[in-house]
Write a protein that binds this ligand. Structure first.
Ligand SMILES: Cc1cc2nc3c(=O)[nH]c(=O)nc-3n(C[C@H](O)[C@H](O)[C@H](O)COP(=O)(O)OP(=O)(O)OC[C@H]3O[C@@H](n4cnc5c(N)ncnc54)[C@H](O)[C@@H]3O)c2cc1C
Ligand code: SF4
Length: 508
């Protein structure tokens, strides 16, 4: 029996379907869950509000692909506009356009989860075999030194000159042509992600994926989840109703989508936890102009990390993860500070510009609420410690760029001009962040439906079961009880794997 991907655009009248498990969302968590649950013999329907794109659709045109692959056409942001939040929309979710860095959740973070939140099953030694299985499935391998492009080499040079910690990362790519278009989808089918690996597995095991179909409400009767009510979408507009009756329901719509759906469905939340502890890894990009061409758009976009400023011991003020970041021209123009002629001067230096981003392993808690029309409202403010960590991180990026030979460095802070030497850095250190200053970008929403053994502290238990509602699960980055301070996809794929096992055992 083989499965199928259908589109809501082809649904012309109301539809009623039945299955063992309905999964809402097909990103890292949902993609792994649908594949593993189908392989375990469950009948699975996965709903995905975005379209189904395949390799031939990834045309490398920034304007078209940003609009096609990202939530709100890549314009999603916090309510005050201060943090741009990029996340995926379409079969495969954010794994379609992410930059494929692979790192396990750090041991001290997992140990903290076990200690603080009673999550024994997430102790480093308890989860290691699942991490290894996910890495094998997604063909994770170290990035070879020969694949480091000039933008990443700037970070290597800066770390070497300063004697700072860091090095090469691992990734889930095979057959990579080094085109540099990862964030627009891979035209070479080199990403070992949901689209390439897990969707074919799910379909081979009989799963049905309904793309262009938005879940609007989870139904619960007598303390048990009974299914999902969804709408088929045509050109983004709601069409016929799709009613799915299921023995189990899993939310895997990302930390923002799952919390929004939970709130729109008024799912039981006796301790007011849903949507209230959003973490984002908010990041600020710092640019350095070099005399030699950098041409950061060519090659693997991210291959090197700097870990000098991140320390996962509890209470440590060092909470910034630094990686190179590069954008194609539209993204670069949107991020480059300034207006008019000054802005144009920066764009003219695009080929000579290297960019590093400082991402905060944040403790601040944002909030996701559901608007009347079911769309998310996202609010988030950096607390004092995180604001200090951000400034520390931007300063560290500036130091790295100068140490690597940048002629001048631009930090996205209104009080700071061009930085040309270590002496200029005091102005940056003195900067006090406020909304929009610096402009921030986030690509890792987490923690809106956190897990904890105690229902007063977590929405689900450590296996993703919703406390107090039988047959309801969460299987995405919403589950992390804290931010993880690095690339989250391996941990989220692992969540999907573990929740699949739980659902299988519970339904037996
Ligand atoms: C530009 C970028 C680069 C990144 N690079 C990396 C990286 O290098 N390494 C790394 O580890 N991580 C990276 N990430 C982050 C990583 O991809 C995500 O953390 C991960 O994919 C999140 O998984 P998820 O399952 O929580 O949600 P997602 O993968 O975002 O999937 C959620 C899916 O649910 C769908 N959905 C939501 N609501 C509904 C609804 N009501 N009905 C139906 N469908 C719905 C969405 O359309 C989406 O497709 C990157 C992210 C971005 C944006
Ligand atoms: S750099 Fe590699 S993985 Fe990224 S889009 Fe190009 S070929 Fe695909």
């Amino acid at each position: 029996m083989s499965g199928v991907v259908r589109s809501g655009r082809d649904v012309t009248s109301d539809l009623a379907l039945r299955c063992d498990l309905v999964v809402v969302g097909t990103g890292a968590g949902g993609g792994m869950l649908m594949a593993d649950a189908a392989r375990a013999g469950l009948s699975v329907i996965a709903l995905e509000e975005g379209p189904y794109h395949t390799t031939k659709d990834f045309n490398q045109h920034e304007r078209e692909m940003l609009a096609a692959l990202f939530q709100d056409g890549a314009t999603r942001a916090t309510e005050d506009g201060a943090i741009a939040i990029l996340s995926g929309r379409g079969v495969g979710g954010s794994t379609v356009h992410n930059t494929n860095l692979c790192k396990r959740a750090p041991d001290p973070i997992l140990a903290h989860w076990a200690r603080e939140f009673g999550l024994d099953g997430w102790r480093p030694e308890a989860v290691a075999a699942d991490f290894a299985a996910v890495e094998e499935r997604l063909h994770v391998s170290p990035i070879e030194p020969g694949r480091v492009n000039r933008n990443n080499d700037v970070l290597l040079r800066g770390m070497k000159a300063l004697g700072w910690r860091g090095g090469l990362l691992a990734h889930n790519r095979r057959g990579c042509a080094g085109s540099g278009f990862c964030e627009l989808g891979c035209a070479f089918d080199a990403k070992e992600n949901v689209l390439k690996v897990l969707l074919p597995e799910a379909l081979a095991a009989g799963a049905t994926v309904l793309a262009d179909c938005r879940a609007e409400r989870v139904t619960v009767e007598g303390g048990r989840a009974t299914g999902v009510i969804a709408r088929a979408l045509r050109d983004g507009k709601p069409g016929p109703r799709v009613t799915i009756t299921a023995r189990a329901v899993a939310l895997a719509g990302s930390a923002i989508g799952s919390a929004t759906l939970a709130l729109a469905s008024a799912l039981p939340d006796p301790h007011s936890l849903v949507g209230r502890s959003l973490h984002l890894h908010p990041g600020a990009a710092v640019a350095g102009v070099f005399d030699e061409p950098i041409e950061g758009w060519m090659g693997i976009p991210q291959s090197v990390e700097c870990t000098e400023w991140i320390d996962f011991s509890p209470g440590s003020p060092r909470r910034v993860w630094i990686v190179p970041a590069f954008a194609h021209p539209i993204g670069f123009a949107a991020m480059a500070p300034g207006f008019g002629a000054a802005h144009m001067r920066r764009l003219r230096r695009y080929p000579f510009t290297a960019v590093l981003v400082a991402m905060v392993h944040d403790h601040s808690r944002g909030r996701v609420e559901a608007r009347r029309d079911g769309r998310p409202k996202i609010t988030y403010a950096l607390d004092g410690d995180d604001a200090r960590a951000l400034v520390e991180g931007m300063t560290a990026c500036a130091r790295l760029l100068l140490a690597a030979g940048a002629r001048e460095v631009m930090a996205p802070a209104s009080t700071v001009g061009a930085l040309r030497s270590e002496r200029d850095l005091d102005a940056l250190r003195a900067h006090r962040p406020r909304p929009l200053d610096p402009a921030l970008t986030a690509t890792h929403p987490m923690s809106t439906l956190p897990m904890a053994a105690d229902p007063r502290r977590g929405v689900t238990d450590g296996d993703g079961r919703w406390h107090g509602v039988r047959g309801l699960y969460v299987a995405d980055g919403s589950l992390f009880p804290t931010s993880i301070g690095g690339p989250p996809q391996i941990a989220i794929y692992t969540v999907g794997r573990r929740v699949a096992r739980t659902v299988r055992d519970d339904l037996q």
